[in-house]
Design a binder for this molecule. Structure first.
Ligand code: 7RM
Length: 635
């Protein structure tokens, strides 16, 4: 395990240099020393970014569940692999050891086989955050079936599209799910979806909420009796390095969702390596990522990355505000969590609430904090740092995407000095570059442009299911021989990266390109502001002007909005310059968000442009009610 875990900034630079000068021997060494293979690779990497075709560890044979479970049994059989923390704190947590996990995954795998699932078949998993979700994902991987997890908050229509796009044979679901005080009728949603999915022959149903549901004769089966009857050992299917491990859909604002296809060996090596480094995981640590397994963050950093390292990973069924806004901190205290990884949207929501929810709890176990999913604004960063991290725990602002499979730009905690709003430096093996609008690479520091990656890394998505042409067009055509991320970024005088937002959201005002993140960051500095989003709208003189949507911390209280508008523009002028001043400011009760917590600026743009006849695909919208309210009060 020599250079598997970076311990200082100096070591980071050494390792990074090596990874760029000789990527193949760099990844080969990591693959050799830290994983179990049935056959060694013939070549570490072969690629052509024009086709594009990328192969890592070609010729190697392995099973990822052997790496995530079996090989730990000798030394860690009784160690907890997964701590399941239920929605309701009165229900006890479940500690699933590596031995238990082996047993449960094997039984589930045998059930899948008995029900006709074979290597290469697609299985749709539409389950809440209960142990069956983790177990079924691994069970698919055990037998070489391709899992396609659909977040169990998506609608019937969204589910049906995803089932049909990759031709799933089977759906795994539950009678329902708990979400705070509510229950959701998941099985009802599946039934509705399946009216338009003729190829689904079997639905296996886990019991969670004990509701009365319809079981369709010949199609639906209760899971538990099948698991009880199944044999508790299942020989892992030996897979090729490049066999697809899973499909995960990413929405995008236009067109149908893209089924990103991830491969087996490269994904395993990269998620394991990055987990170990970004969270500096040590043997007895308890690690908690609050994401749902329905997102890439959950795939890579609740399941595969942690389990490949023999870690203890918390799986939380609940929500941040049930029974109250102290729930996260209660769980941290209860399980003595050492690494805590969450999204800026959650941090901003928590920061709006009283500090007593935090201070009631003992957070002294925490060592490292992380964020992912959106740019984190400075104020939220400080709240996190001061109140959760006690001003001593490093915060890793991790930039990556569903398409990248794993974390790409992030500090190495205790080694890389952090600066709020900066994701800092590329991880070993990652070669970011910034491009200008003419397709030139921006050399040197203090530049901003479109963020691309110019060399393959092991966990990159290999294609879009059923549409390789779209894969090439979306990611490899804007800039020749480079992967285009769709994000804008700047590189500061020391080489640190700051993500400035999606390039589609960039607003051109009087010829200047303005990224959304830095302006929103400035607005959020105002003490009365909780959150904000800016978009452009047509303006006679400037071409475009800025429209700001602002959520105040204290809602309901009558305030002098004219003064607030002035103060906000004052702050923008100080932080960025008068060019970025807002022409219009609307105070809103909420912002439209995706179900994974990202602001949907596309909808806000349409509203600001008074073009609301067609809002585009809003099936992934979390809170449609705020859209109606925003439209009613448009300025
Ligand atoms: C992991 C995940 C990807 C998009 C990405 C960015 C944004 C993610 C950060 C971030 C600023 C970050 N996958 N994004 N992390 N922006 N700082 N640390 O979120 O496919 O769902 O989204 O999220 O725009 O392209 S994702």
């Amino acid at each position: 395990m020599s250079n598997y875990q970076i311990q200082s900034l100096e070591e980071y630079f050494q390792v990074y240099r090596k990874s760029v000068l000789d990527p193949e021997s760099f990844w080969e060494e990591i693959a050799e020393e830290n994983f179990t293979w049935h056959k060694r690779w013939d070549a570490v990497l072969s690629y052509d970014l024009n086709t594009p075709q990328i192969k890592w560890f070609e010729g190697a044979k392995l099973n990822i569940t052997e790496n995530c479970i079996d090989r730990h049994l000798y030394s860690r059989g009784d160690k907890t692999a997964i701590i399941f923390e239920p929605n309701d704190p009165s229900e006890s947590a479940e500690h699933i050891t590596y031995n238990d996990l082996k047993d449960r995954v094997c039984r589930f795998a045998n059930v899948l086989k008995e029900q006709g699932i074979e290597k290469g078949d697609r299985v749709c998993i539409y389950l809440p955050m209960i142990p069956e979700l983790a177990v079924s994902v691994l069970a698919c991987a055990r037998i070489g079936a391709i899992h396609s997890v659909v977040f169990a908050g998506f609608s019937a229509a969204a589910l049906a599209t995803r089932i049909n796009d990759c031709d799933c044979k089977m759906v795994l679901t539950s009678d329902g799910s708990f979400r705070g005080t509510k229950t959701i009728d998941l099985k009802g949603i599946v039934d509705e979806a399946l009216e338009s999915c003729p190829d689904i022959k079997k639905v296996l149903v886990a019991k969670r909420i004990n509701s009365k549901i319809e079981m369709k004769e010949g199609r639906d089966l209760w899971l538990q009796p099948l698991l009880d009857a199944a044999y508790r050992d299942c020989v892992p299917e030996i897979m090729d390095a490049e066999d697809p491990l899973f499909i995960l859909y990413t929405s995008g604002s236009t067109g149908k969702p893209k089924g990103m296809v991830h491969s087996t060996a490269g994904y395993m090596v990269y998620t394991a390596y990055t987990f170990k480094n970004v969270f500096q995981y040590r043997e007895d640590d308890v690690y908690w990522c609050t994401a749902d397994i329905g997102w890439i963050t959950g795939h890579s950093y609740i399941l595969y990355g942690p389990l490949a390292n023999g870690a203890t990973t918390v799986m939380f069924e609940g929500v941040p505000n049930y029974p109250d806004w102290g729930r996260f901190w209660e769980v941290v205290e209860k399980h003595k969590v050492n690494q805590f990884y969450t999204a800026p949207t959650a941090i901003r929501a928590l920061a709006k609430e009283d500090l007593s929810f935090v201070n009631k709890h003992d957070l002294s176990s925490l060592k490292i904090l992380g964020t992912v999913g959106e740019p984190i604004n400075e104020e939220a960063w400080h709240w996190y740092n001061d109140n959760i991290g006690n001003k001593k725990n490093p915060i890793v602002d991790t930039w990556w995407q569903t398409e990248t499979g794993g974390i790409m730009i992030s500090p190495i905690p205790f080694s890389t000095p952090t600066i709020p709003t900066f994701a800092t430096l590329p991880l070993p093996g990652i070669q970011p570059t910034l491009m200008d609008e003419h397709g030139n690479e921006l050399k040197g520091n203090q530049v901003d442009g479109h963020l691309c990656i110019k060399f393959p890394w092991p966990s990159m998505a290999r294609t879009i299911w059923g549409n390789h042409k779209r894969y090439k067009e979306t990611y490899f055509s804007t800039y020749k021989n480079k992967y285009f991320t769709g994000d804008g970024a700047l590189r500061d005088s020391t080489g640190y990266y700051r993500i400035t937002g999606r390039v589609d959201d960039v607003i051109i005002v009087s010829g200047h390109n303005l990224g959304t993140a830095p302006i929103e960051d400035a607005i959020n500095e105002h003490t009365a502001v909780a959150e904000s989003a800016i978009v452009g709208f047509p303006h006679e003189i400037k071409g475009n002007a800025l429209y700001g949507y602002v959520i105040l911390k204290e809602t309901g209280e009558s305030r002098d909005h004219t003064n607030l508008r002035k103060e906000i523009n004052q702050i923008i002028t100080e932080h960025i310059g008068p060019i970025a001043k807002l022409d219009k400011v609307q105070f809103v009760i909420g912002l439209p968000k995706t179900r994974s917590g990202k602001i949907m600026r596309r909808i806000l743009r349409k509203i600001a442009c008074k073009d609301t006849s067609n809002l585009g695909d809003i099936s992934t919208l979390l809170n449609p009610e705020v859209v109606a309210d925003i439209m009613k009060n448009v300025v």
